[in-house]
Design a protein around this ligand. Structure first.
Ligand code: F6P
Length: 324
């Protein structure tokens, strides 16, 4: 199929670097003579015909901006086949042949359905601060989110040391502990709590008591897992079992915003460029990915289970050695 008109959209949670990816996608598409449209608010923009032409100027001065100029959303209505038919008619009305979807695993499932049911070619660019999409070692936004969290941990360490206090710093990561592990190691946290390697309260307290005999302050980095704010309950339980006091700082959505790092801007630019090249060379239902530190293309079907989990337990053991 020869591709002449594409729609670009950002879907799911925003991630710093989405704008840089959008810019590269749009400019590469225009370079190759394609007409480019943008849908607002993710898939909901397709359902409500919020589809507008995008020019090179639309994406001027956005490479340094966090968030997404197209806005994003989690569109539950898109699970309904009738609503998807509505989106397909709207896309056909605009003469669209292909879509580039910037988002996470759920967003790629939506893209796959559009391809199956509407015959569009679809390519995905992985964007989520969680770095947890199967099939790629990197997702846009992770580096910036880690740096944002690390900056906060460094600041917390100043006050922790000044008052001999202990802190639990909670970071994002619903299913995966990639942010917690990266930030915990880089921030010198004694303990890192991930969804993948849960620790019983008794085991946690035992580790803390071993540290307490030698240290005046301690920092735990905890992934939020399936209960954002869970660190308050963990702190209460530590106090009940051991009498050790922990303050809690939940970094929450601060990690999603801010100026994208150099690494995120560069990776996003390369991925945007490669997404259009992939479409033009006939790829469909394909994600631009990083594997073995190289940019590559991965079919959605090969991604299988679409969430990637942290599995390198040795890194956690290493951290306990170097923070002991
Ligand atoms: O962007 C990924 C993520 O930050 C997860 O870590 C988190 O659980 C989720 O999104 C929360 O996002 P929202 O508040 O937008 O639903």
């Amino acid at each position: 199929m020869s591709i002449k008109r594409i729609v670009v959209l950002t879907s799911g949670g925003d991630a710093p670097g989405m704008n840089a990816a959008l810019r590269a996608t749009v400019r590469t598409a225009l370079y190759h003579g394609l007409e480019v449209f943008g849908a607002e608010n993710g898939y909901s923009g397709l359902l409500h015909n919020k589809i507008k032409p995008i020019t090179a100027n639309t994406v001027a001065n956005v490479i340094q901006r966090g968030g997404t100029i197209l806005k994003t959303g989690r569109c539950h209505a898109f699970h309904d086949p009738e609503q998807r038919q509505q989106a397909i008619s709207t896309l056909q009305g605009h003469g669209i042949d292909a879509l580039v979807v910037l988002g996470g695993d759920g967003s790629f499932r939506g893209a796959s359905l559009l391809s199956d049911e509407g015959g569009f070619a679809v390519v995905g660019i992985p964007c989520t601060i969680d770095n947890d999409i199967a099939g790629t070692e990197y997702t846009i936004g992770f580096d910036t989110a880690c740096n944002t969290a690390l900056d906060s941990i460094d600041k917390i360490r100043d006050t922790a040391l000044s008052l001999d206090r202990n802190f639990i710093v909670e970071v994002m990561g619903r299913s995966s502990g990639f942010i917690a592990v990266a930030v915990g190691i880089a921030g010198g946290a004694e303990i890192i709590l991930t969804p993948e390697f849960p620790l019983s309260m008794e085991a946690l307290v035992e580790k803390l008591q071993a540290h307490e005999r030698r240290k005046l302050t301690s920092i735990i980095v905890a992934a939020e897992a399936d209960t954002p704010g869970r660190s308050f309950a963990i702190a209460r339980e530590i106090a009940r079992l051991s009498g050790i006091d922990y303050k809690v700082c939940n970094l929450g959505h601060t990690q999603r915003g801010g100026t994208p790092s150099a690494y995120d801007r560069k990776t996003a630019s390369v991925m945007g460029f490669q997404a259009i090249k992939a479409l033009l060379s006939g790829h469909n239902k394909t994600m631009v990915a990083v594997q073995k530190s190289q940019i590559t293309l991965v079919p959605f079907s090969a991604v299988g289970e679409m969430t990637r989990y942290f599995s390198d337990q040795e890194l956690l053991e290493m951290n306990e050695v170097i923070c002991g």
